[in-house]
Design a protein around this ligand. Structure first.
Ligand code: 5GP
Length: 212
């Protein structure tokens, strides 16, 4: 059966959560199981953690370089998180969307708010919650890469991040990774079918009506 391809607007899928809720793992799983969606790689002034790759996990830049990019208008949104700067390079996102691909963003509530002010119609916001405060604490403590004071700080910052949960379109409680992956895939599938994103739908239906 011939399945028609209908031109549609790309989705900007934002995934936010407190640090330690499993966001990075969930994002990776979605990218391996879904086609037509790519990760937005942010710039940051924080130091790389062990195993992180420049250009893949982040573009690690100096504060001077970050501010140059920000002031030149190269960033779609930016924020200061845990004392470091983070931002989304605009060009890669624009290219992906223009090429008909969706983009996944691992950004905080400040970034989600800025995108909502700029590109609300293309935005789908998902907030990921840990199953409990205790589990969140255990996960942060297990991250030996972070200095102890940084763990304590991230724990208190988690409360601030979580306080923004109601600004999101969807909330997933990450008790079971497989269920969370399935939930996120379902959100993506449904949002891809939204009538207002399907730019080619009017023409498609008009053509069909001719044959009726
Ligand atoms: P981490 O240092 O653990 O990789 O990230 C810390 C926080 O910064 C996470 O909540 C992450 O979502 C957020 N973050 C990462 N990149 C960006 C970005 O480009 N913009 C904004 N607003 N937040 C970001």
């Amino acid at each position: 059966m011939h399945s028609p391809t209908i031109e549609r607007r790309g989705i900007m899928l934002v995934l936010s959560s407190p640090s330690g809720a499993g966001k990075t793992t969930l994002a990776r799983r979605l990218l391996t199981s879904e086609r037509g969606i790519e990760m937005s790689v942010s710039v940051t002034t924080r130091n790389p953690r062990q195993g992180e790759v420049h250009g893949k996990d982040y573009f690690f830049v100096s504060e001077t370089e970050f501010k140059r990019m920000r002031d030149a208008g190269d960033l779609l949104e930016w924020a200061r998180v845990f004392g470091n700067y983070y931002g989304t390079p605009a060009l890669a996102v624009e290219r992906a969307l223009a090429g008909g691909r969706d983009v996944l963003f691992d950004i905080d509530w400040q970034g989600a708010q800025q995108l909502n002010e700029k590109v609300a119609q293309d935005l789908v916001r998902v907030f990921l919650l840990p199953p409990s405060g205790e589990v969140l604490q255990q996960r942060l403590e297990a991250r030996a890469q972070d200095a102890p004071d940084s763990v304590a700080r991230r724990m208190s910052d988690a409360a601030a991040e979580i306080s923004h949960w109601a600004e999101y379109d969807y909330v997933i409680i990450n008790s079971d990774l497989e269920a969370s992956v399935a939930g996120l895939s379902a959100i993506l599938a449904a949002e891809r079918l939204r009538r207002e994103r399907l730019l080619g739908l009017s023409d498609f239906v008009r053509e069909m009506q001719k044959a009726l």
